[in-house]
Design a protein around this ligand. Sequence first.
Ligand SMILES: Nc1nc2c(ncn2[C@@H]2O[C@H](COP(=O)(O)OP(=O)(O)OP(=O)(O)O)[C@@H](O)[C@H]2O)c(=O)[nH]1
Ligand SMILES: [Mg+2]
Length: 505
Amino acid sequence: MSREINRQIGILVKRSGDIEYVMVGDHRSITIPSLSDYRAGSSRLRGLRCIHTHLDDEPLTHDDLTDLALLRLDIMAGIIARPDGLPGLVHAAHLLPRPVRGENIFFLEPRIPAQLDIDFQGLIQSLEDEIAREQAVQTVGGKKDRAFLIDVTTTSREAAEESLEELRELARTAGVEVLDSIIQRRDKIHPKYIMGKGKLGDLLIKTLQRGANLLIFDHELNPSQIRSITDFTDMRVIDRTQLILDIFARRARSREGKIQVEMAQLNYLLPRLVTRDDALSRLTGGIGGRGPGETRLEIDRRRVRERIARLTKELKSISKQRELRRKIRKRKDIPIISIVGYTNAGKSTLLNALTKSQFLAEDRLFATLDPASRRIRFPREAEAIITDTVGFIRDLPRDLFEAFRATLEELQDADIIIHLIDISNKNFREHIEAVEHIMETLELHHIPAIKVFNKIDRVSPEYVATQGRAYNALAISAMNPDTLSPFIETIQGIVEKAHTQVKEI
Ligand SMILES: Nc1nc2c(ncn2[C@@H]2O[C@H](COP(=O)(O)OP(=O)(O)OP(=O)(O)O)[C@@H](O)[C@H]2O)c(=O)[nH]1
Ligand SMILES: [Mg+2]
């Protein structure tokens, strides 16, 4: 028939032998329908094999192999339809549970159908078992998400490398196990899949072999990109923004912090709610007493909007209390010192060292979400309030920034801003830029700020000296109180000056 109509014909066959789909292509190729509902979410093979005709006398094509990998088919087979209409050689291939000599795909010896005496059921079962064993070996020790990190760049590999380093830290903080990371350089970001389709296929075989269930992109993905990649790969797909949102959600402790994070999450979710326009969803729309034809999606959207409205109200009443506290503080006329900086710079450690308190400080990103304030008494009787707040990060997701605006705007009350910098981080320049950018957005430039290098114990004194001159920064190690004296001296000076100025007015 393939010869008669001069088109490829293919079938997708279940393990039971039943035919799930019949496809008719053109002369050169065939398109497999979306299989996202078929054994979706399984980290093993799909349970479908594709058998299709080839009109030219050729082995499996690049597209065939890409489909095999992307769709995790049990087997991909091409039968040559000879000009006389009889079947010629069958070319078939399957995925390998682990690479063999760098190859991820195994090609069966081409045979004519009559000579194919392979036990396919047995072969597929043994492949499945082996994949399951491989994955079991790798998953011992917990139910963590197992992720591949992906950065597609149009600029330098180095910049991508550095950016991935931070993504790895974020993933670690979120409790995700990072199996591998991939950088692809392209002239242009692929509008649908970010990376090229072929590369995505290679990646998928690797994720299958290593039992990954999550792809984390070092980009902000738009809703349709997330959808395309999810449909295509059947894996959970998240972007950097969502990763940061997840971390914030885990970290939020106070009522205010929790509300702020939830608002950011909902605002992020809203445009990403995917339509499921099937009959059932229309039905549920009707049952709720809502107008006929309202889809599940519209209901979900409306619920999200209602929740946002409710949270906004609650947040307002909390801000009022905050406003009150601010006023009391101002009336007392005690200068305020605020510590700002990139996440993990050591802000909480410094606050603890200066005020002998015990706020949480740890080697994770975004350890602090709720602002903390403590009184500090200086050697010459002066007094101030010192505050620590949420850490900054480059490309802070806009939804989060908006949600935390109220908290961050308290920085307006500061008499001095201490911009703390982890000098031992090789990206400290980018960190400074990111922090300054956010400070600009918050319109804090009129407040005197001093740059302070932290963690000088981790780099050489020469490095501290040269960088210190370049950036006009003080240097401390928040972990070592002996290094703090010149720093305390300086801020005390500024505090006293600010104070007398206030009195003169
Ligand atoms: N070696 C060294 N480590 C430091 C120093 N100061 C802080 N740290 C470590 O750096 C890590 C982060 O410190 P935090 O005080 O939590 O940093 P933070 O700026 O408050 O971070 P977030 O609240 O997550 O934004 C912790 O593991 C600290 O122990 C220092 O002077 N030297
Ligand atoms: Mg902190």
